[in-house]
Structures are given as structure tokens and as C-alpha cells.
Design a protein. Sequence first.
Length: 452
Amino acid sequence: MKSSANKPTLELNNTSKETFSSAGFILSAIGSSVGLGNMWKFPYITGLYGGAAFFLLFTICLVVIGLPILLAELTIGRGSRGNASSAFTILSGHKYWSYFGGLGVLAAFVIMAFYTVVAGWTMHYAVQSFTGKLFSGGDFGAQFENFNATLQPVGWQIVVMIISVFVVAKGISGGIEKFNKVLIPGLIIILLVLMVRALSLPGAGAGVEFFLKPDFSKLTVESALVALGHAFFSLSLGMGTMLTYGAYVEKRQSLGTATLAVGFGDLLYALVAGLIIFPTSFAFGIPSSAGPGLVFVALPAAFDAMWMGEFFGGLFFILLAIAALTSAISILEVPVAFVMDKFRTTRAKAASSVGALCLVFGIPAALSLYGPLSGFLPGGKSIFDWMDFLGSYVLLPLGGLVVTLFTGYVWKHAGQEAGLTSGWYKLWMFLLRYIAPFLVIAVFIYSIYSNL
Ligand code: PHE
């Protein structure tokens, strides 16, 4: 029996949804998960929390907690054909569930507001690197601060938003899928070129060793919680992104295969990113845990010292920009799908109004690091940091908890929709019911505790 026979036919249930092609869906889901998280956050937290030992923990968290929740999101999306908020009401028949799901929509909105800032930086750095301006400007730390003290980051943020709105407005097959189908293969080629370049640098071996040789004495509860939090962010979980994409997936697509492809793709990308960043920074004597500035401050110094550094540096930032854009469009799609259903409006109108509203909140974030709003530090944090905190550390775990509990305890037909064999189904339910909720709550409490 098809699971759809058990669904309450609420008017929210949008049956005339567009659909992804199979390859288009997998590429778009990988495009969403592979993003700034892999290249900007992952390397510096790996440097900070114990190199290879941290990578191992990250892998375990990704497989044991990340993949079950990823599958749950895709299953809820396809089973309901709803959006990140309505999906839960469609499947449970209870209105209040849409408010819990609404947390995901809010998370997407908040994350989009600051994600576009960092995505904008990558574009600026790509241009500066190709033109050589980056390398004639001296001190990279000062350059980063000076750039952020101007209005330029806002300009680049608007460029990112316009591209994202344009792609999302074009729809699933004509926009999101097409964009990913062109850019993801491009991303893979650039990634391989940069990996070969990095590994062939004299002195690269020390970087590889740091990244791949585990030192278990560095493992702490804290690094485990950071690893789990990052596995969440990296797989784009907890804010309805995968749920929203899942709603456009055809019934014959295997969700289990898609989950494995996305998980493996994200992990492989993180691995290769590490094999680019650590050898490059070690070869030029740059400390591995240089903090969030690693990519924008430390790496330019390495490219500066490298043969054809303008070219390889430019390529590196283009890689970052592509990864960021394919994630940004998946984030934007969450509130856009919600607004389209809720206000029964067209895609183009929903995308442009959500994009504009998001900029109203995002522009202050862009100006809050070294710009005119940098003096405004309520509770000791900049607007940018508050948004990152609220989105990544508060709303994402809460959204993840909603998905876990809903699939584990509330929705009775998840198994049919996911199409798992009985053994896999039992394992999936075990993880969703008894393991994931507790670990997600632990991450949540830890994040609040360590950030406030
Ligand atoms: N997974 C993306 C990254 O690694 C970020 C993201 C988070 C995208 C949540 C969508 C939803 O950068």
C-alpha cells in the first residue's frame, strides 16, 4: 500500500508540485550540503579541536546522527509534499505541528541573512586575487578589516542575494536543478586541481600528517559536541532545507541512496578541503588553527608565496563562491516555498520579497564586523555573531529535534515512505528515538552554555 493513502488530505497538501530529475536532485542536495561550512568553518575547527581525531569524530557524528536525520527530513518532505512548516501538519493532522516546523523557516531566514555576507566576501576575494590587488595590498589581516569597514561587503552581499533570488525564482527544474548541474561538476574540477597543487608543494606532508594522523589525547567532550554541531550544519539539517528539497522528489527515487550520496559527498568534500587547506598553510608555515580568518587572512599569505598564486588563489575563492551559492539557494528555497504556499503567491514574487526582507536583516550583519555598526555589541556580540549564534546554535538543533521526534514518535508511516528494508528501518528508528534526541539536546545545551 502506498503511504499517500494514509495521509489526511488537507488543503495544505500541494499535489501539483514541480519535481527534480533524479540526478538533478542528488546534485542539488550535495550542492546544499557542500558549502562554506566545509571550507571556512571545518578547517579551523579541525585545527582547533585536534586535527585527525576531530575528523574521525565528525565522521562518526555524520554517519550515526546526521544521516538518520537527513533521511527523516527527505522522507517528511516527500511524504507530505508540503513546506518546512506545513509538512508536519499535513502528516500529523495537527495544526500546532506547523509552528514547530516554522522554527526551520525562521532558522533559514536568519542563516541566509549572514551566510550571504560570507558568500559575498568569497566573491570579492576571487576578484582581488585574479587581479593581483590582494597581493599588492600588504598585511592580509589589515586588508580583511579595511574591506569590512567599507560598504563593499554590502554590495557583494546584494550580488549574492540577487543571484539566489534569480535562481530560486526560475523554479526547481529550470532554476535550482540547472544551476547545480552546471556548477557542481565545475566545483569538482577546481577542487581536484587545487588538491594536486596543494599536495605537490614542498613541505605539504606536515599538513597532511596534521590532518590525517589522529591524536586521541586531544579528544574532549567539547570537541565531540562541536563535531556533532558541525555535522548538522554541514549536512544542511535542522532548518527544513532537505525537507523542502525532498518535497520535489519523485516517488521512484530511492531516498536511502540519496542520503548516502549526500553524506558521502559532503564527507569527501570536507576531506579534500582539508587536503587543500592544511598542506597549503603548513607549506608556508602558517599555523593550522588560525581561526575563522584562516581562509581570508592566512591562506592569501600562502598564495602570495606560491608560483602563480594569483591564479590558484582566485580559483580557490571561486570554489568557495560556488559552494556558497549552491548552499544559499537551498536556504532561500525554504522560506520561499513557505511563502508560496501560505500566501498563494507566485515563485517570483515570493523569492523577491523574501530576498528583500532578508537583506533588511542581513545588511546590518554585514556592517557589524568592522563597519559602522561594529560598536554595537549587545551582550558582547556583534549583530553578525548573534545571527550565527541564533541560527546555527539555537534554531538548527531545535529544528533537528523536531524532525527526530516527529519521525521517531509521531508519524507512523515514515517507514513506508522511506522504503527501507526491515533491518535498516529498525536501526533508523533506534537512532531517531533513543540516540539522536539526547545528543541533539546535549549539543543545544552545550552551545548555549559556551556562547553566552
Ligand atoms: N551545509 C551548508 C554548508 O556547509 C550550510 C547550510 C546550512 C546550508 C543549513 C543549508 C542549510 O555551508
